[in-house]
Design a protein around this ligand. Structure first.
Ligand SMILES: Cc1ncc(COP(=O)(O)O)c(C=O)c1O
Length: 391
């Protein structure tokens, strides 16, 4: 067979086929599965956004091929959002590009900035798309380990010089998936200084930028002076406004990178449906009470789950952002063993940390994307049924 391409062959086999098989068997056997593995919020998209989508869908001119780079209303809304939230001024024409979900742009920026054989610097653990896009682009990746000891921040100085010299892109992601780690602006300043010194562009993935708790405000990397010379930032409407199915995101920052990415996109896609872009523009610029309310719900869920974990001896500091809990597995277990035991004994699905990279081994991720009553049920099952395992 002379298909598929070697490129497709570089994608590793799905690590959790076994767990999925077990899940399917348990569902078939009538077990009530609680899935805390997925990062898709259960909360509804706010009504005013849906209404705007419906309204814009009635206008025949919105039903034509959309603009490749994003409609003016959406790009202006992103610029307004950046000024309102971060005091960052963006030129909507040259420094903002609409994406069909941030995943699309994250995947496409790799072939936009790298040639086969070039290195991409990737946090480990992290959102798997950084690594898979690199493999699909026939690139090489270098993992930057994130550990509790270093506040889940990469140690830039530990990157070997020969790899740094061949690196064409670095990904960062805060608030982080899966670690839920957050940073302050001085970390981004350090990252930008390093990137400029070694001429490695940064793509900061801020998909969870507005999912934050208490008084914590996640900074934008573009708040660092001169960041636009070397960095872009990805953003998404998916998590903030529970719009995962809409597929709308954006990338902002360095205009040369944005121009190059738009060339890639012009030749591979045709932009997002205009009514979706206009509904997203409305979401970014209208009343933000829904964001505050949703964050409160995630925070309540987080404490419910932290409590439950504490009762089985797993201690985690409350995260300041994202809707994930990143917790160490009880001693004596690997990530996969623990996750499998939890599934078999309680019917609760959590994600093993090594799904996100080798440094995720020894951890598991809980997603807070189910209603409170299901979360309580999960916690109760874990408390009652899992005691035996680790007691
Ligand atoms: C860290 C991170 N970045 C980006 C994305 C992609 O989000 P979307 O394509 O829905 O904008 C996700 C989705 O789970 C994510 O967890």
């Amino acid at each position: 067979m002379n298909f598929p391409s070697n490129r497709i062959g570089r994608i590793p086999p799905y690590l959790f086929a076994e767990i999925n098989k077990k899940k399917a068997e348990m569902i078939k056997a009538g077990v009530d599965i609680i899935d805390l593995g997925i990062g898709d919020p259960d909360l509804p998209t706010p009504k005013h956004i849906i209404e705007k989508l419906t309204e814009e869908s009635q206008d025949p001119k919105n039903l034509k091929y959309p603009s490749f780079v994003g409609c003016p209303e959406f790009k202006q809304a992103v610029a307004d959002f950046y000024f309102r939230e971060y005091g960052v001024i963006l030129d909507p024409e040259t420094e903002v590009l609409a994406l069909i979900g941030s995943k699309e742009g994250i995947a496409h920026i790799v072939p936009t900035l790298t040639d086969p054989g070039d290195y991409v610097l990737i946090p480990d653990p992290s959102y798997p798309v950084y690594q898979m896009a690199t493999l699909l682009a026939n690139g090489q990746y270098h993992h930057m380990p994130l550990t509790k000891e270093n506040n889940f921040e990469p140690d830039f100085e530990a990157i070997p010089k020969e790899i740094l010299g061949r690196s064409k892109l670095m990904f960062l992601n805060y608030p982080g998936n899966p670690t839920s780690a957050t940073v302050e602006l001085p970390f981004f300043k350090k990252a930008i200084d390093f990137a400029k010194k070694h001429n490695v562009p940064i793509a900061h993935d801020s998909a969870y930028n507005m999912v934050t708790f208490d008084s914590y405000k996640a900074p934008s990397i573009l708040q660092v002076e001169g960041a636009k010379e070397i960095a872009v930032e990805f953003g998404s409407l998916s998590k903030t406004y529970c719009m995962t199915g809409f597929r709308i995101g954006y990338v902002v920052g360095n205009k040369e990178i944005i121009k190059a990415l738009s060339v890639y996109k012009n030749n591979t896609d045709t932009g997002q449906f205009t009514p979706i872009q206009k509904a997203a523009a409305f979401a970014l610029t209208s009343d933000q009470t829904c964001v505050t309310n949703y964050n409160q719900i995630y925070q309540e869920r987080m404490y419910t789950m932290l409590d439950g974990l504490q009762s089985i001896g797993v201690k985690v500091d409350p995260p300041k952002g994202s809707f994930f809990i990143w917790a160490p597995v009880p001693s004596g277990y690997t990530s996969t063993e623990f996750v499998t035991s939890v599934l078999e004994q309680t019917g609760v699905i959590i994600t093993p940390g090594n799904a996100f990279g080798p440094s995720g081994e020894g951890y598991f991720r809980v997603s807070l994307s189910v209603p409170n009553e299901r979360l309580y049920e999960a916690v109760n099952r874990i408390k009652q049924k899992l005691k035996i395992v680790i007691g």
